[in-house]
Design a protein around this ligand. Structure first.
Ligand SMILES: O=C(O)CCC(=O)C(=O)O
Length: 284
């Protein structure tokens, strides 16, 4: 079992997740880790914006974050997060998304959504994914801090359809009755919110004069398709340098009895120095 360190009560956090759909780890990043995250993100920011209302026209996203530096590798395998995932997902769960999200001043609120909405299995149901969002800048009610609807993780499809206007469209009209239930997460830099993939939430509007930087790692059941295709996104020469635990999270493992095999071999074999692709090797 992962060592979650002193002062972290996994059961209390798990109970909050079950009851309200989310929990906050206030001291998630040390000041040193926070500084390393800032330094690691700096080269990628200041160059682009989102392509639609969901990504955010005044929001910068840095995808495949997990492969962009040691600090991000370590955070994706944080023992406290893994201890919580162990209680909600099956062994062999996967990293499904890993991205930084910088919401710039003037950004409008994101459409309300839930992160496992990709999986079209009727609600209410257990979450198929869990998300983490780490505040790199302190979250406030004005600067685009994540807004959530506590308890919405147990809503059924009809309640969620009321929220979306019955559509997954990123520009769907939203139900004012539900919008009034949104609560901003106010939390210090370095804090992490962990929430179930069924919880309704959104990135808030940034009405302040400074950007709001955060990053999000999300994890899904081992049988679910991941949002990011990390096999193609992370080149083999980078994958070879990653820890065995992280490789497992990235899909370099088998969901028993044989989901994830590579031409009948274990996917880790593809990272061996002398690996030759079987299709090429066996070409007549
Ligand atoms: O940036 C945030 O606070 C939330 C972003 C989010 O929910 C998403 O992009 O799916």
């Amino acid at each position: 079992m992962a060592d979650t360190g002193p002062g972290f009560d996994t059961e209390t956090h798990a109970a909050r997740l079950r009851e309200q759909g989310y929990t906050i780890i206030p001291d998630f990043l040390s000041p040193e880790a926070l500084a390393a995250v800032r330094a690691g993100l700096a080269p990628f920011l200041g160059s682009h914006n989102g392509r639609n209302n969901f990504e955010g026209y005044k929001t910068e996203r840095v995808y495949t974050l997990v492969a962009r530096g040691k600090v991000f590798e370590d955070i994706a395998c944080d023992p406290r997060v893994l201890a919580l995932l162990d209680r909600f997902l099956k062994p062999g769960y996967l990293l499904t998304a890993s991205q930084a999200i910088c919401i710039h001043p003037g950004e409008t609120p994101q459409p309300v959504h839930h992160d496992d909405g990709f999986y079209t299995i009727p609600r209410p149901r257990p979450a198929i994914s869990l998300s983490t969002i780490v505040a790199v800048d302190a979250f406030t009610a004005e600067n685009g801090g994540t807004e959530i609807i506590p308890g919405s993780h147990v809503w059924d499809d009809a309640q969620v359809a009321g929220q979306y206007g019955g559509s997954r469209s990123t520009d769907a009209a939203e139900n004012p009755q539900w919008l009034s239930q949104l609560q901003p997460l106010v939390m210090p830099a370095g804090a992490c919110v962990v929430f179930l993939g069924t919880l309704l939430h959104r990135g808030g509007a940034n009405r302040s004069s400074a950007p709001r930087l955060a990053f999000s790692n999300q994890y899904c059941e081992p049988w679910a398709r991941t949002q990011e295709n990390f096999f193609l996104g992370i080149p083999p020469q980078v994958a070879r340098t990653l820890s065995p635990r992280l490789l497992e999270l990235l899909g370099y493992g088998i969901w028993s009895p044989f989901m994830g095999h590579v031409t009948a071999s274990h996917p880790l074999k593809t990272l061996e120095p002398d690996y030759v692709n079987a299709v090429l090797a066996q070409k007549p």
